[in-house]
Design a binder for this molecule. Structure first.
Ligand SMILES: *Cc1c(COP(=O)(O)O)cnc(C)c1O
Length: 540
């Protein structure tokens, strides 16, 4: 890192050789891309954009609090409001977003967030309420939660749904805590959870966090769970030590687990429960009901399948649908509808002593209200036929990508028939010295966010492309043409690909160092600007 250059802009880090090629600019900026220091360096020593109250602290109601009084001025960057505004707007333009183009990040379902969702989520009756308001003042919000719960149960063919988990991984924990409560209730102390090799990292992490020992189930050559190996591990029927399995369907190789009913049957026969990671529900929504496959608990990532913004753009939400066997253990609080039609909240004090054996709470309140409103809007605006078409188009688009790259990128399971909503490629066939990373970085120069790389771990040099149903044929053709061109450069041994990206604001970074030794906070030692007095700033 360069030393802070407090006097102005940091020199541009354009490609070496640009000066000779006549491509350097006087400012160091390039067109609309501005090179600039961090905001603390930028605003150092330039006064202050805020008027501070100079009258001194009010007498404190509790004198013991006086030790918390600030003794020096806050270390704010000394920028005016327009300068601070422009700094962040300029930074945002160096970013990539789903509103700029395809975001083919496999396993993440980065799809368009319809603006209708935003309109409903911003209605003051939903946006401006507080979780501690009296229940009778938020009946409409309860109605939204209850209706969304109804449609999640209907779409999955399950018995109940826990709405409070705040993301997929939080939903996994909720599901496993239900499974543990169910085993506890019948006095069985099973300590093992089986997870396929191809699982998302959150699955084994969740099982371990819930107190289980994680054991891996091998996959078959065609990318699915090895049923025979699973049955062998389940072993002695009701004496098994296996509390449950966590299976992703469609799985992280982009394939449907065709043996799902046989898997569920075997696990149930051994006295265990089936957790399904439902993050890939986008591929089967409206087509398959997980309840019909024998699943006991499954989280639904509202922020993936039902289009609520995620990643840098918003919080997640991970409701968990539950089978009749696990429903009694669902967490509190939940919304229920009384016979007279009113919806109300069931809390600890409402639970009858002989009633549901809830395992407790997942969150302080009811979940992510903004995401509920968006997801319900998405479901109702699509309707049954529209949701089915979501799954069909997502799968069609992924297969179009898969087959369009035949001959340039290796598809490890491409020979075993169509994929679901994501197309999986590997680095097999790339020449010596070229890697998956080169393909991903080359795609940045082409103007696209890269696909997911090196996941799932079961495929060497994996590239997982999830186009989603939102991309048009023309959009897909542009993505495919770029991917093809980059892959062809690798196949032709084009060494310049190894230094991609060449046109991004930053060149190839030392990602290992960035991951192992991240510098996440401002570490400079610039003196904070002195707070100006009221008379100097004209009283503002
Ligand atoms: C996204 C994802 C998760 C985790 O969901 P979060 O909402 O990010 O916690 C789990 N499993 C799979 C397969 C996923 O794609």
């Amino acid at each position: 890192m360069n030393a802070p250059n407090t006097s102005g802009w940091r020199p541009a880090m354009g490609p070496a050789g640009d000066a000779e090629a006549g491509l350097a600019t006087a400012s160091g900026d390039r067109g609309l891309m501005v090179e600039e220091p961090l905001i603390f360096e930028l605003g150092a020593g330039n006064g202050c954009g805020v008027d501070f109250d100079q009258s001194g602290p009010e007498p404190l109601p509790l004198p013991s609090l006086s030790r918390f009084l600030r003794k020096s001025a806050p270390a704010l960057p000394g920028l005016s409001e327009p300068d601070a505004m422009r700094h962040y707007t300029r930074l945002s333009r160096q970013n990539y977003a789903i509103d700029l183009g395809p975001f083919p990040l496999g396993s993440c379902t980065m799809k368009h967030n319809p603006r209708l969702n935003e309109k409903t989520a911003r209605l003051p009756g939903f946006a401006d309420i507080h979780p501690l308001q009296p229940q009778q003042t938020v009946r409409g919000a309860f109605e939204v939660i209850h209706q969304l719960a109804h449609w999640l149960i209907t779409l999955t063919g399950m018995e109940a749904v826990a709405m409070s988990p705040k993301a997929g991984a939080h939903g996994e924990l909720c599901g496993l805590l239900c499974i543990r409560a169910a085993h506890d209730a019948r006095g069985s102390a099973r300590r093992v959870v089986l997870v396929p090799e191809s699982a998302h990292g959150t699955n084994p992490a969740t099982a371990a966090f819930a107190g289980y020992r994680v054991e891996s189930i091998p996959g078959t050559a065609d990318g699915r769970v090895d049923l025979a190996a699973l049955k062998a591990r389940l072993g002695g029927g009701r004496d098994s030590d296996v509390a449950g399995v966590m299976i992703t369907n469609p799985n992280t190789c982009g394939l449907f687990e065709r043996d799902m009913r046989a898997i569920s049957g075997a696990v149930h026969a051994a006295g265990g429960y089936v957790y399904c990671d439902g993050a890939n529900f986008n591929a089967i929504v409206g087509k398959v009901r997980p309840g019909d496959l024998g699943i006991d608990a499954m989280h639904i990532n509202l922020h993936k399948t039902f289009s609520t913004p995620h990643g840098g753009g918003g919080p997640g939400s991970g409701p968990v649908v539950l089978s009749a066997a696990l429903a009694p253990f669902a967490p509190l609080p939940f919304v229920t509808r009384d016979t007279d039609g009113t919806v109300r909240l069931v809390e600890e004090e409402d639970a009858p002593a002989d009633g549901p054996q809830t395992f407790g709470r997942m969150a302080a309140f009811h979940g992510q209200m903004g995401m509920f409103t968006r997801a319900l809007t998405y479901i109702l605006s699509h309707g049954a036929d529209g949701l089915r078409q979501v799954a069909e188009d997502a799968v069609l688009n992924a297969n179009y990508v898969l087959r369009s790259l035949d001959g340039v990128l290796d598809a490890p399971f491409g020979g075993s028939g169509p994929c679901m909503h994501e197309a999986l490629f590997s680095d097999a066939g790339l020449p010596e010295g070229f890697s998956t990373l080169d393909i991903a970085k080359g795609l940045i120069d082409e103007g696209f966010h890269p696909m997911t790389i090196y996941f799932p771990l079961v495929v060497h040099g994996a590239m997982l492309v999830e186009p989603t149903e939102c991309e048009s044929r023309q959009g897909l053709d542009r993505l495919i043409a770029s991917l093809r061109a980059v892959a062809e450069r690798a196949l032709a041994g084009d060494e310049t690909l190894k230094s991609a990206p060449r046109f991004a604001p930053r060149r190839r970074l030392d990602e290992t160092r960035a991951a192992r030794k991240p510098v996440l906070t401002w570490q400079g030692h610039v003196q904070p600007p002195a707070a100006p007095s009221l008379s100097e700033t004209g009283g503002g």
